[in-house]
Design a protein. Sequence first.
Lengths: 273, 273, 244, 244
Amino acid sequence: MTTWTTVDEVASMIPDGSALALIRDGCGVAMSATRALIRRGVRDLRLVNVPTGGIQTDLLIGAGCVAELETSGVSLGEYGPAGRFAQAVTSGTLTLKEATCPAIHAGLQAAEKGAPFLPLRGVLGSDILRFRPDWRVINNPLNDAAEDPVVVIPAITPDIALFHCAMADDAGNVWVGRERDLITMAHAARQTLVTVERRYPGNLFDDAALAAGTLSSFYVTAVAPAAEGCKPLGFTGHYGEDEDALRAYAKASRRDAEFATYLAAYATAPAAV
Amino acid sequence: MTTWTTVDEVASMIPDGSALALIRDGCGVAMSATRALIRRGVRDLRLVNVPTGGIQTDLLIGAGCVAELETSGVSLGEYGPAGRFAQAVTSGTLTLKEATCPAIHAGLQAAEKGAPFLPLRGVLGSDILRFRPDWRVINNPLNDAAEDPVVVIPAITPDIALFHCAMADDAGNVWVGRERDLITMAHAARQTLVTVERRYPGNLFDDAALAAGTLSSFYVTAVAPAAEGCKPLGFTGHYGEDEDALRAYAKASRRDAEFATYLAAYATAPAAV
Amino acid sequence: MTNFNRHELLIATMARLLIGTRHIAVGVSSPIPASAALLTRHQSNGATRVSILGDPSNTFWSDGGKELFDCAAQGRIDAFFFSGGQIDGAGNINLVGIGDYPRSTVRFGGSYGSAFLYYMIPRIILFRPDHDPRVLVPKVDFISAAGTSPPGVWRRGGPYALVTGKAVFHFDSNEGRFTLQSVHPGETLPDIQATTGFAFDVAPDLSETESPDATTLSLIRGSVGREIAATYPKFARESLGIAA
Amino acid sequence: MTNFNRHELLIATMARLLIGTRHIAVGVSSPIPASAALLTRHQSNGATRVSILGDPSNTFWSDGGKELFDCAAQGRIDAFFFSGGQIDGAGNINLVGIGDYPRSTVRFGGSYGSAFLYYMIPRIILFRPDHDPRVLVPKVDFISAAGTSPPGVWRRGGPYALVTGKAVFHFDSNEGRFTLQSVHPGETLPDIQATTGFAFDVAPDLSETESPDATTLSLIRGSVGREIAATYPKFARESLGIAA
């Protein structure tokens, strides 16, 4: 069912306005595809960070591609604050759905299970609740004896999950390894688009060891090759991050003018990081 | 944290009265350990089938080890009905918690997530609900507009999860491969006991492919070697079932006297299937 | 007219009920439904995906046994099969036991996933090769899964048809009743009426169940037979004439 | 008296707060907490397990990022560390921003897992090397995670201590207040009072923060330093004198 295609084709399969689920740094952030998305001028994305964001989210915000963001946190890690995110939030140009990591996992797992919601302990007393009218507090229905409030998190059903993996086979089965959040994302999302470091010859399900970390092509709409597809971020077990590029990005992200320059260089130079 | 030990020691670590989670046929049923449990004369087990049972559950019931059973179904597959199970249910000697497969998965996942319950679509209108006062029906708290009943399943927290896997390493990390239900069981249970076909030299987490299907020793109390530990059941990808032995068991399970003979031969011959 | 056996008729008949599905899942111990699903896949030129539980070459699960249920809940399974120790005229199925639960006099295996999948999968085909009034009862003794739900209950799936060794019934979820659609060659309406324990409607265009044509039969006895032999060698040999 | 630097003092101090824990988890970008956890592991002869996010050699996760939260929810994590853009005297932490949310004037990263882990993990150590009244405020502008919960709210965890560059506070979850327990060598109570924006109690046995002894320092500069260098080479080099 999966189509093998190109990174630009993958980008073209993400319509304006899509609810797009993106994985956290280090676990397969599809940066090549993100640059292709910006080149194609995507607009009004509703991003869902799984469960946090970094340069990918910041860059999409800065490039004007994002209408709404659900996140538990956005930062450039040791490179400092995510400047475009902070700018967009403080200037009020971004609709922000403030969350906490396990709530996003719970929302995706609810969608995965076809459940309307999942309950989540904790959170009570957090101001996050005040700004998430879609989250509700109920009394634990199993506790007849006592007050026992519990938060319920609605299912999150992204239109599209986009991520990067080590490899996919001819049939479009994708090896995610230990990054099981990618499987949850693919189950929860209506469609899944994947870029990969390389094509695996044969069928991943034929190898019992690899099968254990494989997402079936059944869930995957399209796959595209993208060597070093996470750069300038690192990809755990494959390559480290490009520290100079990330430092340069962090600096550019802090000011409108510098970011505009970065983006122009970036958008007109497809191979640039 | 994991102890390497023997099958008999594993059996001795399951106290009378334990809530014991057991996996369905083909996915790693610890039959060697089950025979050791019967030999040691365990009593009053509260079994949780994940989500169904076969010869293992039937045998434990027939041997008088079981006080209570939560299950979605027990059968010997193509060998026919599970005779001891049927006998115990129709004679009323077994407390039965009737369930449906995804409810057991949901209950274990609730425990895994520290959630008091998980909601489950469907089930409404089934008589299962009438006999499960611990399951409740609430109105979907996210649906303000309309009646929208949904069943909520309480968390299932077994005392012990017991299963069989292909291999464990020196540190007690266990390779479960595609059988992810085993991971859910281990997360949900207070303790996990595992038998394995063989010992893996080295550390499973050092191999990226194997790591993807590995349950950390962090969750595992003890591991014991048990070659062909699922026999007479098969173990997917390793060996097929012993058809003659299963046919003989199915026949014996149907009548008290025949089963007593089977059990005597069985309990006094540790190596027998 | 080509000769065919009853199994081949059932396979071809169920495959007709599966036309247009994107993904069919088949449970364990179900050689005839699995053959029908594989026939559908061939007839669709591969557009229909088939997952056969217990057959590693025809499953893609890598997230444990829960993946089947999650997959159905996501709306990614269009068709499935259930049997039933009892099936009643309202589409209720009983996989639990005969008699007054919990003091059943006969105990079946249990409800398995029916209490969930029956609500999640649009085309559930009920399949009982033996057409017996003790199975097709006025009212089941225990409802493992309900044939219909009242308004306000979220539901995507349910019974679609009932195929027996004698006939094909369609299910109307609004009426909560079966309609006899066709009787298999050699069967008669009075006999169906005598051996069906529940009341049912009769289609105005009641017909004989369509016989499989030569192309279909050669598929069943060829590609489908060879594929099903991997999981059900005895069935393939004895029912479809596939050499081991 | 042995010489030691401020980082070494903080590592030894936090390790004392971790005595008796079975499993400590440490978030990303946290070299000092990670060092304290590793020191605790050494001092416990390995009885304390340490998981360091982002360090594959010190993590056992194989179920995605959700495993950390599930693990905490199962009661299998005893200690964790949080910082806070703001921390108030009631133990509330703010990781979201300064000003009137949602129109924050300064935006931090976000609440991350705090709104869950703060309720699930018994010993949360709040750690801010800079002891600043703009951080230690009377009331946070946004509660990412609440320091205490009213009766009836299920809660297993919460703030246990606050360690800054100047002092150690313990947290009393019944009172919902911090108590100054010790001041680091060279710091004074009046200075702590002047630089802490919230009201706090002072322990009757207020003391100077215990200096690390020679054994502890050699562990920090030896095994712990070499282990932490795998994830934080710069920190190990500059703060603990570990050659690259």
